[in-house]
Ligand binder design. Sequence first.
Ligand code: GN1
Ligand code: MG
Length: 354
Amino acid sequence: MFKAILQAYGLNPQLYQVETLGSGLINRTWKVTGDANVFVLQQINTNVFANPQHIADNLHLLADYLKEKSPNYLFAAPLATLDGQLLVQAEGSFFRLSPFVAGSKTVDYLTKTSQAYEAARQFGKFTFLLRELDVNQLKYTLPNFHDLSLRISQFKQALAKAPQQRKVEAEYAIQQVQQHFTIADLYEQISKDKLIPLRVIHHDTKINNVLFDDGDNSLGIIDLDTIMPGYFISDVGDMMRTYLAEANEEEQDMDKIDIRPNFFSAIYAGYISHMGGSLTTKERELFIYAGKFMIYMQAVRFLTDFLNGDIYYPVKYDGHNLTRAKNQIKLLELYIQAEPDFVQIINVLNTSQP
Ligand code: GN1
Ligand code: MG
């Protein structure tokens, strides 16, 4: 399989070694190492991305735009094959090859607030550099991806069809999700009444989607499949979801889930460093809501998948998706408790800015 793919890019397969890379739930990733060049190869999960060509079209458009407007910006877009395609088909699947950025590394856990600051700065910078691009030129690589209203109706459908046993097991989580429907009501209002603008959004701002150099400076962002029009609450919210707690969504001991306010502070400062002048008043008002929006949506998605019999997220043990949902519910609870502290942090940072 690798042979045909590498040949499509004019690379001699005998001169390259392929090894597994990364830990995403959706796409498979490999590092392809040769004497002089290193690449990242990814297989696109077509159960999730029904139209991989949309990804290629978006990245092509953005790469051209960024090259012209911000020539020094590192955008790790896929390479073209010998016949000019950004995707290769092999064994019924789609693959694409990107350059491996020399001297870069990714991290799976945040140990320092400076990493949160750097990541937030990078995701903010990305949206900032593209602020004048007409988002309608971009395709929706995953239609309705962060449409919380739709996620809620999928949850309700799953609940209506779920086997009794799963419903009993998930009783607490179901009740918690239902108790927080107001989070989805606000999203409904935001999208229906167009309260905030659509922007170019990454939609997967986990820390391992940021490239760092050895000195902990960020170089750029990766995992570009879900770049499409969206709201800033998706990117800022997913940073809060994944950076604030020391434990991640896989943690089974709920007592280990916590909220680190100094990481909130770093996310705010980092994002604002580029986007500060561009955010609308309404967006600023919704900054704290962003975290609730994303944590809640992830709880809903994990719980829905549990009720559906684990058809989307790969599971490693019985009840895995339910545990992930409970983890996110615990995080949501702690986040809501910490909201007054977050308000305070924003006030302090705003007054200390020139
Ligand atoms: C998926 O594959 P990965 O880990 O980058 C998911 C995200 C979820 C995340 C939860 C396309 O991302 O939305 O937040 O799992 N991506 C898709 O771990 O569904
Ligand atoms: Mg991803």
